[in-house]
Write a protein that binds this ligand. Sequence first.
Ligand code: AP5
Ligand code: MG
Ligand code: ZN
Length: 231
Amino acid sequence: MTGGSGVRLVLVGPPGAGKGTQAQLLKERLGVEHVSSGDLFRHHLSNGTELGELARAYMDRGELVPDEITIGMVIDHVDQIADAAGFMLDGFPRNTTQAEALESALQQRGQRIDRVVHIQVADDELIRRLSNRYVCRSCQRPYSRDSVTGAPPARCVDCPDGGDIYQRDDDTEEAVANRLSVYQQETAPVLEFYRQRGLLADVPGERPIDAVHDSVLRVLGVADAGAVSRS
Ligand code: AP5
Ligand code: MG
Ligand code: ZN
């Protein structure tokens, strides 16, 4: 990364807020790279790497993986993205130490985060969403159980040949409760960190996926966001 022109975003919000869902839509719309720290850890896990083994216990309990492991993994990944592509971070930074590390890594390259999108959803809705969530094992795209039949999706629309659909090990009731409390204690201060820098944009997340997407485009100043979310 050396002083490029691609837009650099952070998506922040509690577990189940729809960060991965919105990132997928933004990637299709803006062509920026999606960097999810959780997806990177799950990729390591499914490849049986040492880093994945280290992360597993923390993830299964719904705790943060230590900064010494997480920060290097994400910054190394961001470093490999071409300037012109830009990126959106999903699930990182998750505490103020990570936010400071990201800021200083970007500063060294004459760059900064352009906008931080905060997706707001209440706890009861988060719990409902996570108990109904299924994920593609190969690309990590999130899905929901069918609202009428209650059935999980048959396969991933992006990976028609592979696309094994599964439920995450940390979507158990106990782990979800812990993730929500870790979010309040450790991640909520990151909102203040970015608010002080004038970068934070709050987006109400308890509306249909397309309406949330439209609001995200608006706060990013993307001109031709559709008319769906005028409410
Ligand atoms: P991570 O993978 O980041 O999980 P998370 O933050 O808990 O968030 P989720 O992926 O569960 O939710 P999401 O906001 O992406 O929602 P989604 O779009 O899937 O982290 C997992 C673990 O890894 C952490 O607990 C930690 O151990 C470790 N880790 C990761 N990053 C770390 C870091 N930086 N530092 C330390 N440790 C780290 O949507 C959820 C469901 O809702 C889906 O079914 C979706 O279809 C549905 N949905 C989405 N939008 C809507 C809508 N508008 N209306 C109705 N349903 C919707
Ligand atoms: Mg996610
Ligand atoms: Zn897939």
